[in-house]
Design a protein around this ligand. Sequence first.
Ligand code: SF4
Length: 377
Amino acid sequence: MSLGLYIHIPFCRRKCFYCDFPSYTGLEHLYSAYVAALCREIADQGGILSGAVVDTVFIGGGTPTVLSGKLLAAVMDSIRQAFKLADNTEISIEANPGTADRSMLDQLRQCGVNRMSFGVQSFSDPVLAALGRIHTAGEAVQAVELAQKAGFENLNLDLMYGLPDQSLHDLHDSLAMAYRLNVRHLSVYGLKVEEGTGFAYLANQGRLNLPDDELDDAMYEAVMDSMPKLGFARYEISNFARPGYQCRHNLKYWQYQPYLGLGAAAHSFIDGQRRANVSDVQTYIDSVSSGQPPVVLIEQPDRQTAMAEFCFLALRTVQGLSVSQFQHCFSCDFFSVYQFAVDRLVRKGAVIVAGDNVRLTALGMKFGNQVFSEFLL
Ligand code: SF4
């Protein structure tokens, strides 16, 4: 079995105002104990999944690079000791500008990390300040150039649109800067105000100055229009890559491939079963250190739920879902289950059927969530 490994580092220097990810600030005193527990969980799971060949590793967060290079190297050493890695394993790490200096970048290269993903979000300083980011636009440029000097060629930038006080001009500038920096991959997300975040608090008080629907729509269209002109092909609703630089790890999520999540709040999908680890960092450390699995959720989705998940994950990709893969996974004909839904979506211009694939049109991609609901049985 080929397997993706996701390693969660749940620490950040400061909480961004829009963030609802499982990441915590002020826990520097737990970094070493957390990594020790993580290495133990890696070793335990490597023993259980000894037949697996890992071909993607994604160290995400949080901000993994708040840890020292030495601690990150210890994590990579544990992975190599516990799992068999394929020769061409994609090994990604997330970083924020200002958290990875040259010596850490060199250490990451030595550990075999071959892809970096920078959370940049925007190249406008006022927009970054409104998001509560810890870095300026200039620091983001420096971080990318430093990574390139250290030998990282496969770089992703996360960018956002629909942000407070962001103009269409700001967005165009950010896309143009990403192009000039010659990165290989862009993830471009529209802001969603999530409950419990600083932005939700401000929105409830009427103090969040978001673009109106018309401007938000213009920003979406600007991204879609600009990407091909800048040489990035869309391969998933929010992800764009130069040829040969699609993120192989993230493709596993959408293509219903198995992955193992390790660390606090990490999720796994193996043999059709979904599992989640405890989010609280101290509880995670205590569980693993005492030999207990840190798993708090095990779900075996029923057949109908699994089919729906398969469909809306695959439909996120430009390639769409493979009818033959559906048949292989569920031993039944896709159209015997979904003919009615597909016909309706084809009539609406949201879906097309081409050979073995059912995929979203540009319109379907724009209104993905409404399309996905048609696949709930
Ligand atoms: S850096 Fe990322 S994970 Fe950390 S608070 Fe900001 S958005 Fe959340």
